[in-house]
Design a protein around this ligand. Structure first.
Ligand SMILES: Nc1nc2c(ncn2[C@@H]2O[C@H](COP(=O)(O)OP(=O)(O)O)[C@@H](O)[C@H]2O)c(=O)[nH]1
Ligand SMILES: [Mg+2]
Length: 365
């Protein structure tokens, strides 16, 4: 499946610093995982999950393979981007392809680092970027609606549906609200997603604070928090610079460093998990002596579709999923004891996979 988060924000707010730290730390943490930077600005990171290590320890798995998320460092967003300033349309195309947005806001004061607007004001910065994205959406909505007129006259149902959804987005944006504020019926959800509107993507604000401020946050990051809450979005407080330093340390050194800074865990772990929550993602596991592996699904995914994440053939030939809940697997001490205790369930096609399920799929080839 592969979920993708775009890192956006004004220039010089710390996007690349964060992206580099993110990918380096993930590479170091997931020693077993063939980490890759796909392109200079695209990286896959392991999703930290302590449950996977526990399962592997119980089953004596030789290899641990975490599930992954993709991050993209999207440069070129400046005021006027929707009119082609900066990298203009190129960055817009990059954002379209993501599932969600991590919006980095500069909350650190540093006279040596130029702010494009000459002042540090994360709430105003957020508005600048949101405005550009809304303008870009508006332009594409108008173009697309014009292109649909003829099809609608020809009674094309899909075109009518698209137009209805585009009209709803247009109305929201014209009132100053991003497309994500539109209530979409379940029947329209797929068509809505296919529209790929920039402001329909879920967003998470990332407050980049100074090194000494990561534990407590600052007055500026608190303001961002208020703004996010008012919008129904979430935010995380991170110091990109600390994260970069951590990414260069050995794991033991890193935990000592975190303690010194008064931090419980690396901000990157929080960021990745927040992204996971934002996208309503869940994890199921496959566990055996060879490997323990985590797989990502959307909440509410059926067993055959979950099997399809591993391989299309698993979905096509799905027979059933032998299922053990995570708590049973760990509480009873593994697959054998769980089975003896009657905690291994045979689940069919209509089963909705639950977060933490340990699954074994049976399928026809
Ligand atoms: N003081 C300070 N400088 C930072 C921090 N994060 C990034 N920078 C600096 O800000 C500049 C721009 O950072 P960069 O990550 O390239 O920003 P981007 O344009 O958003 O990708 C670089 O010189 C960074 O070293 C931070 O938390 N504190
Ligand atoms: Mg950059």
């Amino acid at each position: 499946m592969g979920f993708k988060m775009g890192i956006v924000g004004l220039p010089n707010v710390g996007k690349s610093t964060l992206f580099n730290a993110l990918t380096k730390t993930a590479a170091a943490q997931a020693a077993n995982f063939p980490f890759c930077t796909i392109e200079p600005n695209v990286g896959e990171v392991a999703v930290p999950d302590a449950r996977l290590d526990k399962l592997a320890a119980i089953a004596g798995s030789k290899q641990i393979i975490p599930t992954r998320m993709t991050f993209v460092d999207i440069a070129g967003l400046v005021k006027g981007a929707s009119k082609g300033e900066g990298l203009g349309n190129q960055f817009l195309a990059n954002i379209r392809e993501t599932d969600a947005i991590a919006h980095v806001l500069r909350c650190f004061e540093d006279g040596d680092v130029t702010h494009v607007e000459g002042r540090v004001d994360p709430v105003a910065d957020a508005e600048t970027i949101d405005t550009e994205l809304m303008l870009a959406d508006l332009e594409s909505i108008e173009k697309r609606r014009a292109g649909l007129v003829r099809k609608i006259k020809g009674n094309d149902k899909d075109a009518a549906q698209q137009d209805r959804l585009l009209a709803a987005a247009q109305e929201a944006i014209e009132n100053g609200n991003p497309a994500r504020t539109v209530d979409v019926d379940a029947d329209d959800a797929k068509a809505w997603r296919m529209l790929q509107l920039l402001t329909s993507k879920p967003v998470l604000y990332v407050c980049n604070v100074g090194e000494s401020e990561a534990a407590e946050g600052t007055a500026l990051s608190a303001k961002v928090g208020e703004m996010a809450a008012a919008q129904g979005n979430s935010h995380v407080v991170i110091s990109a610079q600390i994260e970069e330093e951590i990414s260069q340390l050995e794991p033991e050194e890193a935990s000592m460093f975190l303690e010194e800074m008064g931090l419980e865990e690396a901000g990157l772990d929080r960021l990745i998990r927040a992204g996971y929550d934002l996208l309503h993602l869940e994890t199921y596991f496959t566990v055996g002596p060879k490997e323990a592996r985590a797989w990502t699904i959307k909440a509410g995914t059926s067993a055959p579709k979950a099997a399809g994440v591993i391989h299309g053939d698993f979905e096509k030939g799905f027979i059933r999923a032998e299922t053990i809940a995570y708590d049973d697997f760990v509480g009873l001490g593994g697959e054998g004891p769980a089975k003896e205790a009657g905690k291994m369930r045979a689940e069919g096609k209509s089963y909705t996979v639950k977060d933490g399920d340990v699954l074994h799929f049976l399928f026809n080839t």
